[in-house]
Each structure stands twice: as C-alpha cells, then as structure tokens.
Design a protein around this ligand. Structure first.
Ligand SMILES: NC(=O)c1ccc[n+]([C@@H]2O[C@H](COP(=O)([O-])OP(=O)(O)OC[C@H]3O[C@@H](n4cnc5c(N)ncnc54)[C@H](O)[C@@H]3O)[C@@H](O)[C@H]2O)c1
Length: 240
C-alpha cells in the first residue's frame, strides 16, 4: 500500500528508543523528513537525514526549538513517555512522582500539539502514543493510567479545536510492546518476552499504525483511538 507520505515533514518525540525509534525508521522509509525531540542523545545508527534536538518534552522552549528545526510540519508523533511509579499503592506514590508522570505523558503531548499545529500551514496529522491504559487499569499503575486517560481526551479536545485548521489528532493505544520500557518494568531486561503466556506487540506494529494515521488515507479518522490490544477490550467478563 502506498501511504503517499513522500516529501512530508514529521516531528517525533521519544525517537531514541522503542516505539519512537521504530516510528522514525518507518516514517523515514516512507520518504518523510524526520526531526526528533528526545532527552537522549541521537543513536549512532540513525537513518541518514534525521534531524535531532536533545531536550525534554516538558520544556516548552525545547519543544518550540524542535518544531523550528523541523518545520513547517505535516506530521507530529508524540512517543516520549515514562512509566512513572510502577507497582506502588496509591498511598505510597509521592506527589512528585504523580506530577512528573502527568507532566511527561500528558503535558508533553499538549506542548507538542500546541507548537506543532502552529507549524502546519497546510493542515496535518498529530498522533499520540497513548496506551490501553487509557481504557483499562492494572494494579500498581495509578499515575500512568491517569496520564494515558488524559492523552485520549486531549486528542478528542484537540481534534475538535483543530478541525477548522485541517489538523487531525488521534491516538494509538497499544497493550504491551516489546521495548526497553516494558522489559524494565516487568523485570525482563535480560530474558525478553519469549515464552510468556500473553501476546506482545513489536514496536514496528505500532509504527505502522502511526504511519497510517499520519497519512491522508486516514483523512476520515479524527479524535479517536486506534486500540491495539489483541481484542482484550472486546471480551466480556463472563467466563465463557
Ligand atoms: N512499551 C509498552 O508496552 C507500551 C505500551 C503502550 C504504550 N506505550 C507508550 O509508548 C511510548 C513509548 O514507550 P516505549 O515503550 O517505546 O519506551 P522507551 O523507554 O523505549 O522509549 C521512550 C523514549 O522517550 C524518551 N523520553 C522519555 N521521557 C522523555 C522526556 N521527558 N523528554 C524527552 N524524551 C523523553 C526516552 O529517552 C526514550 O527515547 C510511551 O508513551 C509509552 O507510555 C508503551
């Protein structure tokens, strides 16, 4: 399928690792000129032509600088995110831990959309990497779930506001993806996911969905979430 993305310009946050890195590779392979904002330095094996701004998504000046570096833009993808305090009961989560999780995962997406949309004179597409944690909770993930639920509603509100400007805003909402983040959270840094009794996405699976939502083939898709959870949300609690 030809996504007709050749010649477009994209800004990707969190492009140094995991889903963000796969998105950088996928967009570049589609002929998109990619700029990355990440707090990490650029990896040595980055595809040629990728521009890089090292900075934090919670720093509005850094977001604005990355947009200036990559703009004018057609596409913005918010992949930067953190797990926050995992496995902690609410009573043990500090205010600072909660706030920082929301700052990176939600405020960072807002700042990206604010500055990127202003640099989309011909309209465009913004894709946030949310999570199935925007829909369902697991124990010990209070701050993360709250932040990702916020991302989903942020996408709906922005889609409504930016529709007259021709800018679409959507989310992808995956369940577990094999990345450094999930391996660390689950204590699988050494072993990986092989042999575990639940399905796991590869980062490339999520990047492919991002590319579709970024393209004009998804022109009718706005203000919604592309859930990738192997059907879990569809299942009844009835034990049949
Ligand atoms: N891995 C999963 O199972 C999974 C599932 C659903 C959603 N997600 C979401 O996907 C996104 C990417 O996660 P991943 O698994 O690829 O993680 P990852 O840790 O492999 O990559 C995250 C990237 O974001 C960057 N980053 C983190 N905080 C930043 C900040 N404040 N400013 C700038 N850059 C920052 C990191 O340097 C890193 O390059 C996150 O938003 C995460 O919540 C992950």
């Amino acid at each position: 399928m030809d996504l007709r993305l050749t010649g477009r310009a994209a800004l990707v946050t969190g492009g140094a690792s995991g889903i963000g890195r796969a998105t950088v590779d996928a967009l570049t392979a589609e002929g998109v000129t990619v700029t990355v904002l990440d707090r990490a330095a650029p990896p040595a094996d980055l595809p040629p032509g990728v521009r890089w701004h090292t900075g934090d998504v919670t720093d509005e000046d850094a977001v604005a600088a990355a947009v200036r570096l990559g703009g004018p833009l057609d596409i913005a993808v918010g992949c930067a995110g953190i797990s926050g305090p995992m496995g902690k009961a609410a009573a043990d989560i500090t205010r600072e831990e909660f706030s920082r999780t929301v700052e990176v995962n939600l405020t960072g997406q807002f700042l990206l959309a604010k500055h990127a949309s202003a640099a989309m004179p011909d309209g465009g597409s913004i894709v946030f990497v949310a999570s199935d944690s925007a829909f369902v909770a697991a124990p010990g993930m209070v701050a993360y779930c709250a932040s990702k639920g916020g991302v989903l509603m942020l996408a709906k509100a922005l889609a409504t506001d930016l529709e007259p400007q021709g800018v679409r805003v959507n989310c992808v909402a995956p369940s577990i993806v094999d990345t450094p983040m999930s391996r660390t959270d689950l204590g699988l840094a050494e072993t990986g996911f092989t042999g575990l009794p639940f399905p796991v996405h590869q980062p490339e699976d999520i990047a492919a969905a991002v590319c579709f939502l970024a393209s004009d083939l998804a022109r009718g898709v706005n203000g919604t979430a592309h859930v990738m959870d192997f059907g879990a949300l569809a299942r009844s609690s009835f034990p049949a």
